[in-house]
Ligand binder design. Structure first.
Ligand code: C6P
Length: 408
């Protein structure tokens, strides 16, 4: 069925980069899961900030500082509303999902000890594995792994067996970056809460495709990177329930995160400032809010429906290629396709696709345990955004055929 209400050609006009050529060919950008492109509405917000009101925030009585502070806090409110968090102070600006997860992992050091267990899924990005391993080393807690099946879906029976009253924390991505699988996070959150465990959901790959309602989910922590939702790099957010954020100690010490400093004793600021030491990425935070406004103006339901069409079409077309194996065929999938063709190394396919103007990611996608599970060195990953088209998918398919012809 064609999504007739979605005017992709009008949307594409918002993205100047989509007009460029690569190696003499029109750019086909299918590396959206790594970083999405930026519409001019968001670029304009960054230019406007540096052109008119660049100043430090929360510090100055002067006009520029107040304007910058207002814009930054307005962006925080936009992000609160987007996630339906109860309070804006539950939204912590970070440099991205990696920073958000490390902040929480660092905080839990004070709350965990030997005998405590942490539960992680097998399909995580390294940034939702390594900080927890570091935490386990420091606290003597142990990391348990929930396996997945051959389609790239979590084994929820194994999850039920692994979950127990010793489980203090469960963390899982909402959408897998390497496979596209959409995980049953409602079930995960409810079951984890039933044994008293807290839950962190890595929303880095979900946020480009759909909205999460953190109150409805009742999730304890949720993370987003701005650069995957049409915003700039170097900024993201951590949502945390107030109770948890109050319990966790600050991650970094410095300016803006204190109430009183003396050499005898320092006290900390309230939320969200307790977790925002130092001068933040001000333009980035403001642009993050603008990016979410931009996507909401298009509508996440429309985005999800259109991207699903792209996913179905691309899956059908790619499967026609002899020897092509899709890695990750979960029933619920976002618009990400990982694949290999025969024994051709994914890097070789990616390099030829680039020569033909098609940008994909190749390799392990910072998810080596996923590659180990499927016994592949890596995959070619094509990830689609709402500004991509079926014609671009045709170009991808032709380019893959050409690459395979050259490499076989
Ligand atoms: N994945 C990809 O190509 P940062 O780098 O902090 O913004 O996001 C890290 C991260 C965390 N979780 C998931 C599920 C992710 O996909 C990513 C980033 C990119 O898949 C770059 S490695």
């Amino acid at each position: 069925m064609t999504n007739t209400t979605f005017d992709v050609q009008a949307i594409r006009k918002d993205f100047p980069i989509l007009n460029r050529e690569v190696n003499g060919r029109p750019l086909v950008y299918f590396d959206n899961a790594a970083t999405s492109q930026t519409p001019k509405q968001v670029i304009d917000v960054i230019v406007d900030y540096y052109s008119r009101y660049n100043a430090n925030i929360h510090r100055g009585v002067h006009t520029l500082s107040q304007e910058a502070t207002d814009a930054y806090e307005k962006a925080r409110e936009t992000l609160r509303a987007h996630l339906n968090a109860k309070e804006a102070s539950e939204i912590i600006f970070t440099s991205g999902t990696t920073h958000s997860i490390n902040l929480v992992a660092n905080g839990f050091q004070a709350l965990l000890g030997p005998g405590d267990e942490l539960l992680v899924s097998e399909m995580e990005h390294h940034s939702n594995i390594v900080p927890w391993q570091m935490l386990c080393e420091k606290t003597g807690s142990t990391l348990q792994v929930v396996p997945m099946n051959e389609r790239g879906e979590l084994n929820m029976e194994a999850f039920d067996k692994l979950l127990n009253p010793q489980t203090k924390l469960v963390f899982c991505n909402h959408v897998s970056n390497a496979l596209g699988s959409i995980n049953p996070i409602e079930e995960i959150i409810n079951k984890a809460h039933a044994v008293g465990a807290a839950v962190l959901i890595d929303g880095a790959q979900a946020a480009p495709h759909f909205k999460a309602d953190v109150q409805q989910l009742d999730v304890d922590f949720y993370t987003i990177s701005a650069h995957k939702v049409c915003g700039p790099t170097g900024v993201g957010l951590l949502y945390g329930k107030r109770d948890w954020l109050e319990k966790l100690p600050p991650y970094q010490g410095g300016g803006e995160m204190i109430a009183e400093v003396s050499f005898e004793k320092t006290t900390y600021a309230g939320l969200p400032h307790k977790f925002e030491a130092g001068t933040p990425n001000i333009a980035g935070g403001i642009a993050f809010g603008a990016a979410i406004d931009y996507m909401n103006a298009i509508g996440f339901e429309q985005i999800a429906a259109y991207e699903h069409e792209l996913l179905v079409y691309a899956t059908e077309q790619l499967k026609q290629i002899e020897g092509l194996r899709i890695i990750g065929e979960a029933e619920n999938k976002a618009s990400v396709i990982s694949f290999n063709v025969g024994s051709i190394h994914p890097y070789d396919i990616g390099a030829i696709l680039d020569k033909l103007g098609v940008a994909v990611r190749t390799g392990h996608h910072c998810a080596q345990p996923v590659m180990h599970h499927f016994q592949v060195p890596g995959t070619v990953r094509a990830s689609f955004a709402f500004y991509n088209t079926k014609e671009e998918i045709d170009s991808l398919v032709e380019a893959v055929k050409k690459a395979v012809g050259m490499l076989q």
